[in-house]
Structures are given as structure tokens and as C-alpha cells.
Design a protein around this ligand. Structure first.
Ligand code: HEC
Ligand code: HEC
Length: 376
């Protein structure tokens, strides 16, 4: 006996929560991806998304009636028939479970969603040197552009998919009048069939997965230093590493971390101290042997020898260029092109070379996205 005459209980709360958590986590992750400083929120939402996908896959195997993959209608002929009937018969009957279009939709969403989640996790490890895959930062930085491409276009594809899905649901609602919009809210579909039921053990599993997803979100956003967020590169104490460099090159401005320019650039900087951006630095200020020592340190730690994101990207952007300033590198220009000129002229910034005004702990070599200070 069905609980509600004329309706079938198709989507229990556990299935509906999968749907809405996936919708929410994707939308929010998509939105936060446009802001570097929201990286942790983005990653945390990505974890919700990923855990829900795993949950959905397991649900597709052991889940309740209508949710399992073996009830999916994936034959091309069924899909074709679905669309033909949709056009020809406005008042056609709808199935209680997934129709051919939504079966395909779900399989695709899981597939593309998995690719987005995995590429994101790898990117977080390889590019940002953070999280459980941070060890991959050592040897795989040449994959960041490919991974970024996959992650980005995967999410655009998913987004387009969502738009098609919502359009389909609205057509069902307003043209076919199947009350489809309410199905994922109340769980009931206006059709024929038997109500679904969820066994207590399955419900328990469902709630555990939801708890895990929400727990992961708070775990990630709560700290920079747990195993899911820890970064390979920590603050560098340059004062300790090379006191002379710290003292002499941190006199007029905060020191610039050596990994931001290649060896050849540092040679040019150190070879041209007589006219250093309009300043004259004489041998009375920094002696010949001190210069040699500083240059050796700069070269040893130059961009060529670092795998951190900024070093890799500075090098990739340079080609044959070996400028004397970081602000002259194409990578720096690209990452700061959206910042209006007026911002750089503000009283507490004054100059685009005043990196520390916007990057907390810059003089400790830390360019973490989480450390960006915004002025607007
Ligand atoms: C006498 C003051 C003075 C000293 C000492 C000094 N600098 Fe500079 N440096 C400047 C000025 C002025 C600029 C121009 C940018 C600015 O206004 O901060 C600059 C800019 C730079 C830049 C380019 C920043 C950019 O825009 O990307 C680098 C790199 C740099 N200095 C390296 C060094 C190194 C290495 C040393 C130590 C050998 C050093 N500086 C010592 C005054 C100084
Ligand atoms: C007016 C503030 C401001 C100043 C000054 C500034 N930056 Fe930035 N920087 C930003 C902002 C904002 C972003 C993030 C841009 C974005 O959203 O992609 C950024 C991004 C970056 C990134 C990329 C980080 C990443 O992971 O994507 C690097 C590297 C960087 N800055 C280095 C520097 C250096 C080196 C200097 C000094 C020569 C400097 N910045 C000066 C505001 C500033």
C-alpha cells in the first residue's frame, strides 16, 4: 500500500540529501574557485562533493529501490524512445525511478564529478604542495597545467550538465505537469509503483557518510596544519639561513625570497648594485666578498631549484627573459593584472614592489594563497 494515493515515495531523505548536498557543494565550490584566498573553503567543499560521490556510488550498489544502478535505463534505444515520446505525448506516464535521460545524467555526473574531484585533489597536492598528495610536488609539477585544464573544463562541463538537468526538470514541471520539481523535495512522484523503503542499517550508513562529508568540511576549514591541509613549504627564517642577505638586502625593503627569480636574474641584480632601481649601493654598503656570499646564496635558492608554485610558474613564464625584477616577470603581471593601479598607490602600499603589504609573511618566503591581504 502506498502512503499517499496517486503518488509513489521514490526518493527517501537519504537519497534527497545526496542530491542536495551534491548540488550545494558543487555550486559553492564553483563560486569559491574564483577567489584564491578562499582556497580552503573551495577544497573543503570539494571534499563534501567527493565524499557524496563515493556515497552515491555505494548507494547505487547497495541502496534502496529506485536508487540502484541496475534500475537505470541506459540503452540508447530507451533514450531515443524517451525523447520521441516526450515530444509526441505531452501527457505520457513517467516512471517511478530514473527515466533514461536522468539515468544517463546521473552516470555522467558521477563520472565527470569523479574526474573533477581527483584532479582537484592532485592539483592541491602538486601545485599548492598541500594535503595528502603534497609529496607529489617533488616530481610532478609539469603536470599542473594539464591538471588545471582538466579540473577547470571538467567543472564547466558539469556546470553545463546542471543547466541541462534543471531545464529538463522545468519542462517536466510546466509542460508535462508531472510535479517533478517537488520530487526531490518531498520524495514523492506523481506516478504508479511501489513506495521505497530504507532499511535501518542503510540509513545508518547514509547518515555516517553525510556526517563524514560535513566533518571533512569543518576539519579542513578549521586549520592550516592538519594532514588534509598541511603545506610542504613552511616559513623560512632567512635571518637564520643567511644573516648577511637578510640584513643587507632587507635594509631598504623587505627581502625578496630568492626562489622568485632565476640565477641569471640574481647575477644581474648583484652585478648592477651601482644603480639599483635608482639607488646607489656602494662597496662601503656591501663589500665585494659580502656580495659574492649573497649571490651564492641567491643562486643556490633561485627559481630553478624550487618546486613551489610561484617558482615553477615564474620560470615557465620567463622563456629566455632574465629580468632584474619580479614585477617584470610575465607571471607576476598575469597574477596581478586585475588589481587596479589605484590600489598600488594607496597610502599603506605605495609601490607594487611592496609585496609584504598584500602578502603576509612574504619576507619568510611564504606566498600561500591564504596569506593574501586584500585592499579595496
Ligand atoms: C639602498 C636601498 C636598497 C638596498 C640596500 C637594496 N635594495 Fe633592492 N630595491 C631598492 C629599491 C628602491 C627598489 C625599487 C622597488 C621599491 O621601490 O621597493 C628595489 C627593488 C629590488 C628588486 C625588485 C623588486 C621588484 O619590483 O620585483 C629586487 C629583486 C631587489 N631590490 C633586490 C635586492 C637585493 C638582492 C638586495 C641586496 C643585495 C637589495 N635589493 C638591496 C632599494 C634597495
Ligand atoms: C596590492 C596588493 C599586492 C601587492 C603589492 C602584491 N601582490 Fe601578489 N597578489 C595580490 C593578490 C590580490 C593576488 C591574488 C590574485 C588572484 O586572485 O589570482 C596575488 C597573487 C600573487 C601570486 C600568486 C599566488 C598564487 O598562488 O596564485 C604571487 C606569486 C604573488 N602575488 C607575488 C607577489 C610579489 C612577489 C609581489 C611583490 C613584488 C606582490 N605579489 C605584490 C596582491 C598583491
Amino acid at each position: 500500500m502506498n502512503k499517499k494515493p496517486g503518488y509513489v515515495f521514490v526518493w527517501p531523505i537519504s537519497t534527497r540529501l545526496i542530491h542536495w548536498m551534491m548540488a550545494f557543494s558543487f555550486t559553492a565550490a564553483f563560486a569559491t574557485s574564483f577567489y584564491e584566498h578562499l582556497l580552503h573553503e573551495h577544497v573543503a567543499l570539494g571534499f563534501i562533493f567527493m565524499i557524496i560521490i563515493v556515497y552515491r556510488i555505494i548507494w547505487g550498489i547497495i541502496g534502496p529501490r529506485y536508487a540502484t544502478f541496475n534500475t537505470f535505463k541506459l540503452k540508447p534505444s530507451e533514450l531515443k524512445h524517451y525523447f520521441v515520446e516526450k515530444i509526441e505525448n505531452r501527457w505520457r506516464k513517467i516512471p517511478a525511478g530514473h527515466n533514461p535521460a536522468s539515468s544517463w545524467y546521473t552516470v555522467w555526473a558521477i563520472f565527470v564529478g569523479s574526474i573533477i574531484a581527483v584532479s582537484g585533489l592532485l592539483l592541491y597536492g602538486i601545485q599548492e604542495a598541500k594535503g595528502i598528495f603534497r609529496f607529489l610536488n617533488d616530481g610532478y609539477t609539469h603536470y599542473i597545467y594539464l591538471l588545471e585544464w582538466v579540473h577547470r573544463y571538467g567543472s564547466y562541463l558539469f556546470f553545463a550538465w546542471v543547466v541541462i538537468h534543471i531545464t529538463g526538470v522545468l519542462i517536466e514541471q510546466f509542460w508535462h505537469r508531472t510535479e517533478m520539481v517537488f520530487a526531490m523535495v518531498t520524495g514523492y512522484k506523481k506516478t504508479e509503483g511501489e513506495d521505497t523503503e530504507v532499511k535501518p542499517l542503510l540509513s545508518f550508513f547514509a547518515y555516517m557518510m553525510l556526517l563524514l562529508a560535513i566533518g571533512a568540511y569543518f576539519f579542513i576549514t578549521s586549520s592550516n596544519y592538519n594532514f588534509l591541509t598541511l603545506q610542504k613549504y613552511t616559513n623560512i627564517d632567512y635571518k637564520q639561513e643567511h644573516p648577511l642577505f637578510y640584513e643587507k638586502c632587507g635594509d631598504c625593503h623587505k627581502i625578496y625570497p630568492p626562489y622568485l627569480l632565476p640565477e641569471k636574474s640574481w647575477q644581474r641584480v648583484m652585478g648592477g648594485l651601482g644603480n639599483h632601481f635608482g639607488e646607489e649601493i656602494t662597496e662601503a654598503n656591501i663589500t665585494r666578498s659580502q656580495r659574492a656570499s649573497i649571490l651564492a646564496f641567491l643562486r643556490e635558492n633561485a627559481a630553478e631549484h624550487s618546486r613551489c608554485e610561484a617558482a615553477v610558474k615564474v620560470m615557465d613564464s620567463l622563456g629566455d627573459l632574465r629580468p632584474k625584477a619580479i614585477t617584470k616577470t610575465p607571471y607576476w603581471r598575469e597574477t596581478h593584472k586585475d588589481i587596479p593601479r589605484s590600489v598600488f598607490q594607496e597610502e599603506n602600499i605605495k609601490d607594487r614592489s611592496n609585496c609584504i603589504a598584500c602578502h603576509k609573511d612574504f619576507d619568510k618566503g611564504n606566498l600561500d594563497d591564504m596569506n593574501i591581504i586584500f585592499h579595496d
